[in-house]
Design a protein around this ligand. Structure first.
Ligand code: C2G
Length: 447
């Protein structure tokens, strides 16, 4: 019996896939098809796949050419599969010509003619509603957003708002946008959704005005500096059926989302302590060191570190105590000790003090170590007393990493999903509450 194997995503299964599977089956007697898992596709940069793995497997089976379906989940698996299943022929479309020659060491490699004029990408583009997004603010983070949005389907960044006309124009030209505005009311008429990347103290007002104008909002961190404001904005978004998402990029990146599910499934036992640090030095003059613009390490870095605590330990906080070093009215260093009924946690933040930016999650069976910069989470280790049980996990974190939150934002709009499990609205409100308490000086000691 001649065994043939082929692989693919098979998103929105089409005639090109069907022809390929037929041709592959004709090469032998038994056809095995490796369908990519959702996380494997995400890891290799395929962010826009529409059908989930179960739907794709069903579609492949329904072609009638397939004898066995397996799931492809890691790089290098093809070599394992070919040997494990005693495969005679590896077949793949001609768009991969030459790319799989390394498999010739294990079996025959055949590149089959690709069907011209059809592809999953084409089908996705044809059926994709394109959301016109405008950026509010044109600073450093706004610049990173434009190229990141280009790899996500369904979003077209068209315009920018900056009260300073010259800055708006320079940004438009540099980023190749169709227009720029210095007036909010005309800007908002030209978009379906906004990405807010303006200074902290303007977030609340811009969010509110955009929502009142019926637009979806992705808002940079810190979302807002008070829980009352956060609650009000989520209620407003809800009442209007609009998406409002805090742009907590780490919450959406593949490594961190997997870390949370691993910890929640008990691999380190009960979580008893979480320590998250984040320090990025800044030099004056800069907004981060300006008290009148709500500068400081808390407003700058608490959002991501508190997100990690809240995702891992929840929102039932017993008390929070902070120690800060101040310079010109700004906390250049803050250490926060946050207690839970059955766990402790701490955040260490700096913009004028440098420290190791790692994340350590301690449990009754072992601990997770995410080295600096943990907020990119492309690698972490699970460590045990018995070191032979230690495990290392690697992930992709492509580009600037904003693509993952952008993809979730668009997916929420398309599917009319007003809440994201990656960062629930109640979790976002809890983050704002802690920042608010700190700013009001509750349990804050100056060192
Ligand atoms: N294909 C084809 N004609 C098309 C489109 C796709 O023959 N018009 C073939 C591809 O060459 C591939 C298979 O259909 O052999 C599946 O294509 P995709 O779903 O795009 O999967 P792909 O990203 O090519 O995955 O490990 C995964 C594999 O490396 C390939």
């Amino acid at each position: 019996m001649k065994k043939v194997i082929t692989y693919g995503t098979y998103d929105l299964l089409h005639q090109g896939h069907i022809n390929l599977l037929r041709r592959a089956k004709e090469l032998g007697d038994y056809l095995i098809v490796g369908v990519t898992s959702d996380s494997f596709d995400r890891g290799r940069g395929k962010l826009n796949v529409r059908n989930n793995v179960l739907e794709r497997v069903e579609a492949v089976k329904a072609t009638g050419y397939v004898d066995e379906v397996i799931i492809e989940d890691y790089v290098g698996q093809k070599i394992d599969d070919i040997q494990r299943y005693d495969v005679d022929i590896f077949a793949i479309g001609s768009d991969w010509e030459g790319k799989f020659d390394y498999l010739k060491e294990y079996c025959q490699v055949v590149y089959l003619p690709r069907t011209e004029g059809i592809s999953s990408t084409m089908l996705r583009e044809e059926t994709q509603v394109l959301y016109r997004v405008g950026i509010i603010g044109s600073g450093r983070i706004a610049k990173r957003f434009v190229p990141e949005a280009k790899v996500v389907n369904g979003i077209d960044v068209v315009t920018v708002l900056n009260p300073d006309k010259q800055e708006a124009k320079a940004f438009k030209q540099e980023m190749g946008l169709e227009s720029c505005y210095s007036d909010f009311d005309t800007f908002i008429l030209n978009v379906d959704a906004v990405y807010i990347a303006s200074p902290h103290l303007t977030h609340y007002d811009y969010c509110k005005r955009a929502l009142l104008a019926g637009k979806h909002v992705l808002c940079e961190i810190p979302f807002v500096l008070s829980a009352t404001q956060a609650r009000e904005l989520y209620e407003l978004a809800d009442s209007k059926g609009l998406v409002l998402l805090e742009a907590s990029k780490t919450a959406h990146c593949p490594g961190f989302t997997h870390l949370v599910t691993l910890v929640k499934s008990g691999v380190i036992g009960d979580v008893v302590d979480v320590k998250a640090s984040l320090s990025k030095m800044v030099a004056p003059p800069t907004r981060e060191l300006d008290a009148t613009q709500a500068g400081g390490s808390m407003t700058e870095h608490a959002s991501l570190t508190l997100m990690a605590l809240i995702k891992l330990l929840g929102r039932e906080i017993v008390d929070a105590n902070f120690h800060s070093r101040m310079e010109n009215g700004v906390d250049v260093f803050t250490m926060g000790a946050i207690n839970y009924p059955h766990a402790t946690a701490s955040i260490t933040l700096g913009i004028g003090v440098k420290t190791e930016g790692n994340l350590v999650i301690s449990g009754t069976k072992g601990y997770v170590y995410v080295p600096a910069p943990w907020w990119l989470t492309d690698y972490f280790e699970i460590r045990y007393e018995d070191q032979t049980k230690n495990k290392k996990y690697f992930y992709s974190y492509d580009g600037e990493g904003l693509r993952y939150e952008i993809q979730e934002f668009i997916s929420m709009i398309v599917s009319k999903r007003l809440s994201s499990y990656r960062l629930r609205r109640r979790e976002s409100i809890a983050i704002a509450q802690i920042i608010e308490d700190y700013r009001e000086g509750k349990n804050v000691t100056i060192i």
